[in-house]
Design a protein around this ligand. Structure first.
Ligand code: BGC
Length: 480
């Protein structure tokens, strides 16, 4: 509407492109999130050699970035509001770039860990700042698509990290292979820096600081014709935001169920073990009988590409088939993949057959995760909470997601040592089953629902009721 030509109702392709381009630049933050979490998978085989790591140190090397991400998730909101979205993203770009270069030249393991925690703060911050930036510059008609676009950027970042790992495992440029792997993150870091320098601050942030003239000018440059109307919407949004709810309010009797769904999905998204595959895939391939580090990283890079392509399935079908169909079929697929993966390690003849079965099982698993729990968790966490509690609700589930990510990554190798690989994967399969029951029983279908209808669903004891249309009112939404 505000985005459309007021008289003809048609969209200006010129202006629309600029919103896509600006969103794509900001999504480089998501790409860095994916790259910096994925790069460890190929790098660790070489880190083990350089720093002579024990399994516990290996787990620390993988998961210290998540400690940083938890800190980032907590502090990002405040910094984002203080500095503005644009300056925060510029600061994050500097952090990512310097972090990449310094990590590559870590003289000791401790130095490496400290730098990974610092980069982790960037990742956790980017995970929350990028969607806010995109949602504040995007017109509401395409806002939902752009929210999933962020998950696509994450998976692209992971896939690129695998390919870069593969490249430098073969051609380390005279360095230790892990060094250029980490240093390569400086390139998207610099692109994000330059891109954000020429991107606008969001009109909404200007308005929240009372800088209405700058808000108006930015709107003119991004969205054009309907500036006045858009300013009015922002004005309403700020009125709503200024009375935003607290963490305590999330525990109010009816809303509590939305919290259960948000936090439950956040935890289950990690407890199905996705990041054991994302971070430890080469190690899994090696122990499944793949002979060389390079072959293991090659198999991992196939997994990365499958992850990206399967996320596109979610993009295409989430608004047609709905969230529940994707979640439920994805859970079933993940259980099948994990059961087969356990069998590969359990049955000697399958194990002897080498990497083929392992790759097949991992691909079934990744496809199933990537069109379901991966994007749908982030989407639901942005849409299930009532407007007033949306920011605090989404922040809570995001924090729980990082925390559970940390728990799973830090315990994976120890679990394998304690109960063996098959039982570890079957344990994740049990969580897949819990996730299936959870989705069947508790997750509402929000496809095509207005945010007010979703809010009314919780307030009416989880029953769908019609919400009277409110003419001439545009509900300000984040990530809808
Ligand atoms: C998860 C990440 C995971 C990624 C894999 C995201 O939705 O939150 O933890 O690494 O998907 O694609």
């Amino acid at each position: 509407m505000a985005f459309e030509n007021a008289t003809t109702g048609t969209r200006s392709p010129q202006r629309q492109r600029s919103v896509y381009l600006t969103s794509a630049i900001a999504a480089l933050g998501g790409l860095l999130f994916g790259y910096d979490t994925g790069v460890i998978s190929g790098a660790q085989l070489f880190l083990i050699q350089t720093f002579h790591l024990s399994p516990q140190q290996q787990e620390l090397a993988v998961s210290c970035v998540l400690i940083g991400a938890m800190i980032g998730a907590v502090i990002a909101g405040r910094v984002n509001d203080m500095l503005g979205r644009k300056k925060t993203l510029i600061a994050l770009a500097i952090l990512f770039t310097l972090g990449a270069i310094l990590t590559a030249f870590s003289p000791t393991f401790i130095f490496f860990i400290i730098l990974r925690v610092i980069v982790g703060i960037g990742i956790g911050s980017a995970a929350s700042v990028v969607p806010v930036y995109i949602s504040e510059i995007a017109p509401s008609q395409i806002r939902g698509k752009l929210v999933i676009f962020q998950q696509l950027a994450i998976t692209i970042g992971i896939a690129v990290s695998y390919w870069i790992d593969l490249l430098f495992a073969r051609y380390p440029l005279g360095l230790l292979p892990w060094q250029p792997m980490f240093a390569a993150a400086a390139i998207p870091g610099i692109l994000l820096f330059v891109g954000m320098l020429v991107s606008p601050e969001t009109p909404r942030w200007y308005a929240s600081k009372g800088r209405w003239e700058e808000a108006r000018r930015t709107l003119d440059s991004i969205k054009g014709a309907d500036t006045a109307r858009e300013l009015a919407i922002i004005h309403d949004a700020i009125v709503i935001d200024s009375s935003q709810g607290t963490l305590k309010e999330l525990f109010a009797p009816r809303i509590r169920m939305a919290l259960v769904v948000g936090v439950g999905l956040a935890a289950l998204q990690q407890f199905v073990g996705i990041n054991t595959v994302i971070y430890y895939a080469p190690i899994i391939f090696r122990s499944a009988g793949v002979a060389s580090a390079n072959a293991a990283i090659l198999a991992t890079s196939v997994v990365g590409v499958v992850n990206v392509l399967s996320t596109l399935i979610a993009l295409m079908f989430v608004d047609r088939l709905g969230r529940r169909v994707l979640l439920i079929s994805g859970c079933i697929g993940m259980i099948i993949g994990l059961v087969i993966l356990g069998l590969v390690f359990f049955v000697p003849s399958l194990h002897a057959a080498g990497a083929g079965f392992t790759l097949a099982a991992l691909i079934i698993y990744i496809i199933s995760f990537a069109f379901s729990m991966g994007p749908v968790f982030w989407l639901l966490s942005a849409e299930i909470f009532p407007t007033r509690l949306r920011a605090v609700g989404a922040a809570t589930s995001t924090f729980v997601n990082w925390f559970c990510n940390f728990l799973v990554s830090v315990t994976f190798l120890s679990l394998v040592a304690a109960i063996s690989a098959p039982y570890t994967f079957w344990l994740y399969a049990v969580f897949g089953f819990i996730a299936l029951v959870f989705c069947l029983r508790l997750v509402p279908e929000t496809k095509g629902k207005k945010l007010e209808e979703i809010e009314a669903y919780w307030m009416n004891g989880q029953k769908w009721v019609g919400v009277a249309p409110q003419p001439n009112t545009i509900q300000p939404q984040r990530g809808d």
